[in-house]
Design a protein around this ligand. Structure first.
Ligand SMILES: [Zn+2]
Length: 179
């Protein structure tokens, strides 16, 4: 049996797709941010137009095209980014799901398996954000999503919410893999 070499935990992040257990997140390129901004602007314009009017119809098509462009750019970027991440890691863990995340994990699973690696999904009720990754203490105060940084009342470790969650996810993935 092949030995397990490395693990990395991924915590879902609304803005950056994920934050990993080393504190890194994928950085979307400038061209993507720009077209995303443009799409929002055109969508606002469309919302003010009369539905069914000639101009409204033109704008609707414009928005649809922009929408497709942004989706393709996102897919393209993620594809390239994953190829890079893939080379470094063996196991990934995740708890939440949304459309983008589902697409990402499906792609990741496929790519990892191609490389003889493995994707491990963590139970969605696993309290990744509440557990102190240093001592294991469960801090209910972090249920409040606005708590971005916290100090463990038990061991005094200082935590960034997302990175701490990713570390817990990585540890849980290891536990599952090695059980
Ligand atoms: Zn602690």
């Amino acid at each position: 049996m092949k030995e397990l070499e490395s693990f990395i935990g991924l915590d879902f992040s609304m803005h950056e797709l994920y934050v990993d257990s080393n504190g890194n997140c994928p950085e979307f390129p400038r061209y993507y941010r720009l077209s995303e901004k443009k799409l929002k602007k055109e969508q606002r314009k469309l919302s003010k137009m009369v539905k069914g009017s000639k101009n409204g119809e033109k704008q609707r098509i414009k928005v649809a095209k922009l929408h497709e462009k942004v989706a393709n750019q996102r897919k393209d970027f993620l594809h390239k980014h994953y190829m890079k991440a893939m080379a470094q890691s063996l196991n990934f863990g995740k708890s939440v799901s949304d459309n983008g995340w589902r697409m990402f994990t499906a792609f990741l699973k496929y790519k990892l398996e191609e490389l003889g690696k493995r994707l491990i999904k963590i139970d969605k009720f696993f309290a990744s954000s509440q557990i102190c990754s240093a001592c294991g203490y469960q801090n209910p105060e972090t249920k409040d999503l606005s708590v971005r940084e916290w100090i463990c009342p038990c061991c005094q470790a200082h935590h960034n919410r997302d990175i701490n969650a990713a570390v817990n996810i990585r540890n849980e993935g290891m536990r599952i893999a090695l059980a």
